[in-house]
Design a protein around this ligand. Structure first.
Ligand code: HEC
Length: 131
């Protein structure tokens, strides 16, 4: 009986721990197809990257820091930020990055009214791709 109780306890603990780990993982971004289909303008263009950097420093750095989610405000946010400098992030369609960066969700602010110029928006995506 003791053995059985121990096994049952172990299994229950494992389930509880697993559900915490699973709950901790961020849900995937749900990107509308029309965004995924969007094409970046001036891809890799140096001037665009430079403009993107200026805008990133102004609007994004406080939270995202150097791209790894290590900005000054990061500790006060409830949602963890992904590392924007990884190959996995870079491999995402540029339109998906555009949606995440300007439409946002939850703790990631919506920038559609703050950054209205399409060229400026794509400049930021160009900068992210250069990190
Ligand atoms: C107030 C802090 C804050 C600012 C300012 C901010 N972000 Fe975010 N950002 C977040 C948080 C938090 C997430 C994660 C949101 C989630 O997964 O629900 C996020 C997510 C993202 C993602 C998707 C990757 C991920 O972590 O899920 C991209 C891309 C992104 N932000 C780009 C930008 C850009 C570009 C700017 C500036 C125009 C910006 N962010 C400004 C907090 C911020």
């Amino acid at each position: 009986m003791k053995k059985f109780l121990f096994a049952a306890f172990t299994i229950a603990t494992a389930f509880i721990l697993f559900s915490f780990v699973a709950a901790d993982k961020k849900p995937a971004w749900n990107i509308p197809a029309k965004y995924t289909a969007m094409k970046i303008s001036k891809k890799g263009d140096k001037e665009s990257i430079a403009l993107g950097k200026t805008l990133y420093v102004k609007h994004c750095k406080s939270c995202h820091g150097g791209g790894k989610g290590d900005g000054a405000k990061a500790a006060s946010l409830k949602t963890e930020m992904d590392d924007l400098t990884t190959a996995a992030f870079k491999a995402l369609p540029d339109g998906n990055k555009y949606y995440m960066a300007f439409v946002g969700r939850g703790d990631m602010p919506n920038f559609e009214k703050k950054i209205t110029d399409e060229e400026e928006r794509w400049a930021i995506i160009n900068y992210l791709n250069s990190l």
